[in-house]
Design a binder for this molecule. Sequence first.
Ligand SMILES: NC(=O)c1ccc[n+]([C@@H]2O[C@H](COP(=O)([O-])OP(=O)(O)OC[C@H]3O[C@@H](n4cnc5c(N)ncnc54)[C@H](OP(=O)(O)O)[C@@H]3O)[C@@H](O)[C@H]2O)c1
Length: 324
Amino acid sequence: MPRVLMLKDEDPRSRVETIDDDQLPHRAVSVDIDYSDLNYKDALAVSGRAKIVREYPFVPGIDLAGHVRESGDERYRPGDKVIVTGWGVGERHWGGFAESMNVDAEWLVPCPERMTTKNAMLLGTAGLTAMLCVMRLEEAGLAQHSAILVTGATGGVGSWAVQMLSRLGHEVHAVTGKPDQGQWLKELGAYDVHDRTELEGEPRPLEKGRWAGAVDTVGGQVLANVLARMDYNGRVAAVGLAGGTELATTVMPFILRGVSLLGTDSVMIPFEQRSRAWQRLAELPEELFSTMQYEEIGMDLIAERAEALLNGDIHGRLLIDPHQ
Ligand SMILES: NC(=O)c1ccc[n+]([C@@H]2O[C@H](COP(=O)([O-])OP(=O)(O)OC[C@H]3O[C@@H](n4cnc5c(N)ncnc54)[C@H](OP(=O)(O)O)[C@@H]3O)[C@@H](O)[C@H]2O)c1
């Protein structure tokens, strides 16, 4: 009889409930969940500020990590350490804000041997996405020791991107709306910290080209400004919309500077690419996890922390222990 965070289309919208095992979706693999985490998309789903969830009652949570309890699929056995991110879990399919969940085998990735389920969820979709951005930039030919901009730097994706890129030897310039977190961003490896207001004005088609690469989690006017400031052959991994979905730009950065805009998705990427990214994440040194700031909460605090996250009051990661 698992406890879950149940969303209903009524007031209050979310509540921790104990349900019967047979109320869980009928899917091939039952996972006992050790940890989940709270991402931007989860915050939108839990708060109801965007139409992420369309059918109620619903268990949100786009990420989960734990151990297989029962499996009707030959690829997984009881006791296997597994991770689920993406595939519409926590959006269309019941997700990770639960003590256990039944999932499709296709959604699972084996948790790498040397990675704990806790570290897997300190990374979660945010860390996976940051690694996918790194891989996109590398595949597009990013040179070593490049100057790279990371926007939304104190957020989940942004803060992991700062750590990963600086660890790889790049000169990371972190852009944030939280100047008081500048010192922490430098501890994560940022070479320099820029105030977000620098990138919020009306951009000219081209500004002085400064950056060889960028990871943009913000979109909108900020992304337009990033594009105008890319150096010749610059590469921008565009991954988020925290600042808006619009993109008012011109073709100038693309046709005069050869800039590439690299759309990056973590939800539907195929298994092989996903596994490769998790293997690279497993190689990250343990000290990166101790530098990452995080708050560990139980399911009863998710709704409150979701509001704080959407109001821009969170930096680092929110780890969820469903057994708390
Ligand atoms: N494509 C994918 O597969 C994928 C995967 C994961 C996430 N995402 C998207 O990536 C974005 C970041 O996700 P996340 O989980 O890292 O979220 P998050 O932890 O909430 O971080 C977002 C960061 O963006 C900045 N920000 C917030 N509101 C803003 C605003 N109005 N204008 C400009 N900047 C703002 C803040 O950083 P500062 O205060 O430091 O500026 C905030 O910490 C979201 O849009 C999310 O939906 C996409």
